[in-house]
Design a protein around this ligand. Structure first.
Ligand code: HEM
Length: 278
């Protein structure tokens, strides 16, 4: 209901709503702020839980952006793709900044709620797995933990069999005249992407060419994403090392040693190796 809003300079906000507020109807803040159920009585656990939930929300937006970018590349619409990649890099910077509340945990602080987490581990995050799949880090065995959750499992299975963001980028490059081999274009996209010397050569050719060109800008957009993924993994690794040293993870892995191997994996590998030849 609007009254004489144009004539009163400092009109107060509307207080009168028949049902829930339009803000609530849109944001569902009441749902969102009642999803926090710590498992211990330790006051520090709330920050651990909420940081994890915040990261899940960022994963969701980032998956949406990369999906948008992949579809746009499939439709030969690089401008929509580049805009989505750019948004995702801003979101990833916010995601990475969310490490701060967990980056300084001592082992004693972490221990005070760690056992309450049981076998729970971020390793079981389905939305993170979708991010990895979009990056080309495909693995059917990563679906196994989700067998008991039909919707999540179906979403992951679909993502496993879809071309990754990088697959779509390479197909787009090929349609623009880059020399991407047939076996790369027709690869089984449910398998992990493996680097290929011909793809590296194609990026070298792009990087030595027009630096304002759309393929060059796509290469840089993807490189930015790759760097920020690497930063997330590295910050996770350091936070883990600070909080629990070399102990076994709650998810059953070797912990830091396992995460070190994961963090060492190159995202969009040829975009990094090509740089030695430009
Ligand atoms: C200080 C807090 C944290 C510690 C000590 C920690 C520890 C670990 C460890 C040891 C693993 C290896 C798997 C395992 O055995 O559990 C792991 C994996 C993982 N964690 Fe964390 N974590 C922390 C915070 C977080 C947060 C806030 C998130 C956000 C969702 C997260 C997401 C993940 C993901 C996605 C993986 C799997 C990585 C991959 O598949 O490469 N972790 N974490």
């Amino acid at each position: 209901m609007s009254h004489d809003s144009d004539v009163q300079p400092a009109q107060a906000p509307n207080l009168d709503f028949a049902g829930t507020t339009p803000y609530e109807d849109y944001v569902q803040a009441d749902v969102l702020t009642h999803l926090q159920h710590p498992l211990s009585s330790d006051p520090g656990e709330m920050a651990f839980l909420v940081t994890t939930q915040v990261m899940e929300l960022w994963f969701t937006v980032i998956v949406h952006e990369w999906h948008t970018a992949a579809e746009a590349l499939r439709d030969d619409d690089p401008h929509t793709a580049l805009a989505a990649l750019k948004r995702s890099t801003y979101e990833m910077q916010s995601l990475n900044a969310s490490w701060e509340p967990l980056a300084h945990l001592t082992p004693v602080q972490f221990n005070s709620y760690r056992s309450a987490l049981g076998e729970g581990s971020g390793f079981q995050s389905a939305m993170y797995r979708r991010m990895e799949f979009l990056l080309g880090e495909k693995s059917a065995s990563m679906l196994v933990p989700h067998r008991g959750a039909p919707r999540v499992h179906a979403e992951l299975e679909k993502a496993l069999h879809e071309p990754s963001l990088y697959d779509e980028a390479l197909r787009y490059l090929a349609r623009q005249g880059a020399e991407i081999p047939e076996h790369v274009l027709r690869r089984d996209v449910s398998q992990r992407y493996e680097p290929d010397p011909a793809v590296e050569a194609a990026w070298v050719a792009i990087y030595t060419g027009d630096s304002e060109g759309v393929l060059h800008r796509l290469g840089e957009g993807l490189t930015e994403v790759a760097e920020l993924v690497w930063r997330w993994r590295s910050d996770h690794l350091v936070a883990t090392r600070r909080a629990m040293g070399a102990k076994t993870g709650t998810g059953g892995s070797a912990g830091v040693a396992w995460l070190e191997k994961r963090a060492a994996k190159q995202v969009f590998p040829e975009l990094w190796t090509a740089r030695s030849h430009v």
